[in-house]
Design a protein around this ligand. Structure first.
Ligand code: SAH
Ligand code: SF4
Ligand code: F3S
Length: 431
């Protein structure tokens, strides 16, 4: 009897946790179809790129990679190449890829992941590129397979899409309108994860705070969070992302009262100047933001706060940027993701006057990072001598001789010790 060689695939995932979570659905389908994942693209029967369009750089990276895959295809004509995710949800970009890289076998968007097995089948049978994009999602599809990459931490979608249309952002165009999953589905999924041994879940949405607005029963995010905490028994609950406009006292209170809700809030502010915030269509002022931070710290003094910041938004003057620095100084974030504004065609900001030159953006970014580093260090130094509870992720990626894990406040801690294993909660003294 001869062994049937299993087909293999390699998948590269760009972008945010939404894409990571979608990739786990694709992996689930592929496992059902009898495919095995391989690390290397070379030699695989199927290569999938799950793409991100949020900044120009991310898009360029993918286009460069597709170009290089052409060489693999030339060596192995039976190789199938699929490109999916946010980049190709833009119809003109999907068409461009199809024209420029005719060796790509399958192109599909963010709304038709559920149809992946049929699409793959079509691509396997076809000589031509199969291109399938849906303009909008058909509500929320439940019951899709999932093959999670980790066995202690899991991503759980609570909403899909975004209705905010921040003027710089491509996400609402490539992820569609906001749809909430039913609370029962979310609770069922998390309960099952706990049964399977998962210790941590991160509730995912572009704006988790608007969870439930499209549901009939009047449930909001704070209610959902409290129910996950009360009813599922999961040991650590995280969520991302919170929109400052919709961050309520009720949510701060729920976090403070929660048993297993991690004391960490990711609250992207984007900019510190009211003029820029208005141009960004963010729907809040710096005063509102600072007031929410103050409120949260009153409810939950030990809560870590992290943020996202964009420098060089069109029209940002040196004075506007100084207001961003001032806000960063005032809040003293535990950590921040900092970005240079990137023009996304089709978004309102792309056509705004007074685009900021690259050199100015670079210089502002450096100043912002230097300031944030000072605050990150300050927060880390404050932990010196204290004992923190760390959930062990495994050996450190940078130094496999030590263990690595995260605190409830989402700080990475590297440490050594005897009898440690992944998935343990360990008290660690910070030195
Ligand atoms: N929904 C989340 C995250 C969206 S994308 C939120 O609202 O916070 C993650 C981050 O990418 C954003 O917070 C923003 O800081 C950044 N970003 C989005 N579009 C961008 C653009 N055109 N240029 C630079 N940064 C951008
Ligand atoms: Fe983009 Fe704004 Fe939606 Fe976040 S809230 S995904 S930044 S449009
Ligand atoms: Fe990128 Fe799409 Fe996420 S554009 S940031 S992968 S929603």
């Amino acid at each position: 009897m001869t062994d049937v060689q299993k087909k293999t695939y390699s998948m590269t995932v760009f972008g945010c946790q939404m894409n990571e979570r979608d990739a786990e659905t694709l992996r689930g389908f592929l496992a059902e179809l009898g495919y095995e994942e391989s690390e290397a693209a070379e030699g695989a029967d199927l290569i999938i790129l799950n793409t991100c369009a949020v900044r120009q750089k991310a898009e360029e990276k993918v286009l460069g990679l597709i170009g290089r895959l052409g060489r693999l295809k030339a060596k192995k004509p039976e190789l199938k190449i699929a490109v999916c995710g946010c980049i190709v949800q833009q119809p003109e970009v999907a068409q461009k890829i199809k024209r420029k890289y005719p060796f790509v076998d399958l192109i599909f968007g963010t709304h038709n992941i559920a149809a992946f097995p049929q699409l793959l089948q079509r691509a396997l049978e076809s000589e031509e590129t199969v291109l399938d994009l849906w303009e909008e999602a058909e509500g929320v599809v439940e019951g899709l397979p999932v093959a999670r990459q980790d066995n202690i931490k899991a991503w759980v979608n609570i909403t899909f899409g975004c209705n905010n249309f921040c003027s710089y952002c491509i996400v609402p165009y490539v992820r569609g309108r906001e749809r909430s999953r039913k609370p029962e589905e979310i609770l069922k999924e998390i309960t099952l994860l706990v049964e399977q041994g998962y210790l941590e879940v991160t509730l995912l949405g572009q704006n988790v705070n608007s969870y439930g607005r499209d549901l009939p029963d009047g449930i909001g995010f704070a209610d959902l969070l409290a129910r996950v905490d009360r009813e599922t028994g999961v040991k650590r609950i995280r969520f991302t992302t919170s929109h400052p406009r919709d961050f309520t006292a009720k949510l701060a209170e729920t976090m403070a009262r929660g048993k297993n809700i991690c004391p960490h809030l990711h609250l992207p502010v984007q900019a510190g100047s009211n003029k820029i915030l208005a141009l960004m269509n963010r729907g809040y002022t710096r005063e509102h933001y600072l007031e929410r931070v103050k409120m949260l710290r009153e409810y939950l003094p030990g809560c870590a706060i992290t943020t996202d910041l964009i420098v060089g938004f069109p029209g940002e003057t040196e004075d506007d940027f100084a207001e961003t620095l001032d806000l960063v100084e005032q809040v003293s974030f535990d950590a921040a993701f900092t970005f240079m504004y990137s023009k996304r065609s089709g978004t309102p900001a792309a056509d705004m006057p007074n685009q900021v030159p690259m050199e100015v953006k670079k210089e502002r970014l450096q100043r912002l990072i230097a300031l944030q580093n000072k605050h990150s260090l300050r927060h880390n130094e404050a932990l010196l001598g204290s004992t923190v509870e760390v959930l062990v992720d495994g050996p450190s990626k940078t130094d496999p001789t030590v263990w690595s894990g995260k605190t409830g406040t989402n700080k990475t801690v590297n440490f050594s010790g005897e009898g440690i294993s992944k998935g343990q909660f360990v008290p660690v003294v910070i030195t």
